[in-house]
Design a protein around this ligand. Structure first.
Ligand SMILES: C[S@@+](CC[C@H](N)C(=O)[O-])C[C@H]1O[C@@H](n2cnc3c(N)ncnc32)[C@H](O)[C@@H]1O
Length: 247
């Protein structure tokens, strides 16, 4: 069982650095009355999507490549009082069934590191209406990571890259985005409160579906995750990137 399958089995609602606290922070940077169509890529079990659809008057569509994540996201939506409309689909982030220039906001929370980022950002640019917004919460590299640790990160998390903030920004600019900014940055090392979010933000709709014979595997993955965070924490941080498509 790999890291992402473990997150799906555990039904984790905030599998991104900084947890739901970071979600609440970036939400404050969006001018919501202007936003009608929202897409989340790599939505996991749909916690952020359901939160947005319950607070704001907008339509949200969430995509994830893992059927179990989407199944749990749909169940979460049923338990949530949605204002307008929310839908979840199994789809690959590199080619999404979304019309050109139809979306006001696309966001991701810990997803781009696992993708072909050039393809992903150009796909997002294609979907956004002129002046549309992208928000991306991602792991970022602070210092040179020793090759042996980088390989461990790439193998365990199936991360395609761990860019610096400058490299993330350049990728967005290359795809055509303007006003590229990093809204915040915080550490991921264990012991930093920001790495785990806030105890007030417990997910009341977490759906755990672990079979008894999977327990050992799950424990192994969680232990490896903790060990790897301990070893790589000093080299890593996370950031919230934002940018706009041109008018
Ligand atoms: C670290 S989790 C983050 C989930 C969610 N955004 C959150 O914060 O809880 C990464 C998510 O990306 C999804 N994913 C990985 N590769 C994908 C792909 N090629 N297309 C769509 N989703 C993908 C995984 O299934 C997983 O749900």
């Amino acid at each position: 069982m790999n890291y992402h399958d473990t997150l799906a089995k555990l039904g984790i609602g905030v599998a991104h650095p900084g947890g739901f606290q970071t979600t609440r922070q970036w939400i404050q940077h969006v001018n919501w009355p202007l936003i009608k169509e929202v897409v989340e890529i790599g939505c996991g079990t749909g916690r952020t999507a359901c939160h947005l659809a319950s607070v704001y008057d907008l339509r949200v569509t969430g995509f994830d490549s893992r059927p179990l994540m989407i199944e749990k996201a749909k169940r979460r939506a049923k338990n949530t009082s949605i204002k307008k409309q929310i839908e979840f689909f199994v789809a690959d982030a590199h080619a999404l069934p979304v019309p050109n220039r139809s979306v006001d906001l696309v966001y991701m929370e810990s997803v781009s590191v696992f993708m072909d980022v050039e393809l992903l950002f150009s796909e997002i640019y294609r979907m956004l209406r002129p002046g549309g917004k992208i928000i991306d919460v991602e792991m970022t590299r602070l210092f040179h990571i020793p090759d042996v640790l980088l390989t461990e990160i790439q193998e365990f998390y199936e991360a395609k890259q761990v860019p610096t903030i400058g490299e993330w920004k350049r990728q967005l600019q290359k795809a055509g985005f303007q006003n590229v900014r990093s809204l915040m940055m915080a550490g991921v090392a264990p012991g930093e409160e920001s790495a785990f979010g806030n105890a007030d933000d417990w997910d009341q709709n977490q759906m755990i579906t672990i079979l008894p014979h999977e327990m050992n595997d799950i424990q192994r993955v969680l232990q490896k995750n903790a060990d790897l965070l301990e070893k790589t924490g000093p080299y890593l941080a996370y950031t919230v990137l934002t940018a706009e498509s041109s008018l």
